[in-house]
Design a binder for this molecule. Structure first.
Ligand SMILES: [Zn+2]
Length: 236
């Protein structure tokens, strides 16, 4: 069984979820109005027959239908307004955390490396692979950033920051608001880098921490993604 890799499917499922098309419901309302008005108008005339219905009754029926349609139109626009609210930031969407890319090779974990603290994780992927925002936030850096090469920094609403380093190109501008899943740049080998990869670093209170458990707490499993890829290779 293929396990869920991240909260991504939830997000897309959430997006696709639209209210039941209201048309059928309104069709029923209109029909009911017709039938209801017809029965009342026809009264004792047990067998409804267009020829026996007086013009004023037909007018009433028409009026009933128009009124129902107006109500339907009003309800329809109310529905649309609800949908627009949903297209905006819902609580669920603000909670979305994603992998920055797929199909990477998780190489260098957070921790001591070559006598120095490696302050992030390295996700090896071919140069030019698009990488995406792991969470909603504001771009506070987009451009050359010393050893990080071309980098993007996104500050999240909770105050944490994600640094995406060694890009071949950045796709966003400083000050820009991004949502989880928005493309930020392309994987590269700029700055102090030993090969094409994305260096992902998370800062909380200005200090780097190990992104793996931190992201796992948010439903994003960096290592599960790797295992899933290996098992796919093994299965093929
Ligand atoms: Zn790194």
């Amino acid at each position: 069984m293929r396990q869920r890799l991240s909260s991504e499917p939830d997000r897309y499922r959430g997006r696709r979820r639209v209210p039941t098309p209201p048309r059928s419901r309104y069709a029923a309302v209109v029909t009911t109005a017709f039938v209801g008005a017809g029965i009342v108008a026809l009264g004792a005339n047990a067998l409804p027959d267009a020829k026996s219905v007086s013009p004023s009754v037909l007018d009433e029926l028409k009026q009933a239908s128009i009124t129902s349609q107006d109500a339907a139109a009003r309800a329809d626009s109310a529905d649309r307004a609800t949908r627009d609210d949903r297209a905006g930031k819902t609580a669920a969407e603000q909670d979305t955390w994603l992998l920055p890319l797929h199909g990477y090779d998780f190489q260098s974990p957070y921790g001591m490396r070559w006598g120095k603290l490696h302050t992030g994780i390295d996700l090896v992927a071919p140069e030019g692979t698009p990488y995406r925002a792991i969470h909603d936030g504001q771009v506070t850096k987009a451009g050359w950033f010393g050893g990080y090469g071309y980098a993007v920094i996104v500050q999240h609403a909770d105050g944490s920051e994600a640094i995406y380093g060694h890009s071949s190109a950045v796709s966003v501008k400083e000050g820009q608001q991004v949502k989880a899943g928005d493309q930020l740049g392309l994987v590269g080998n700029t700055g102090h880098s030993y090969g094409s990869h994305l260096h992902l670093e998370i800062h909380v209170n200005g200090q780097p921490l190990d992104p793996v458990p931190w992201l796992k707490d948010r439903g994003v499993d960096i290592q599960l993604e790797v295992e899933a890829i290996y098992s796919e290779v093994a299965a093929s």
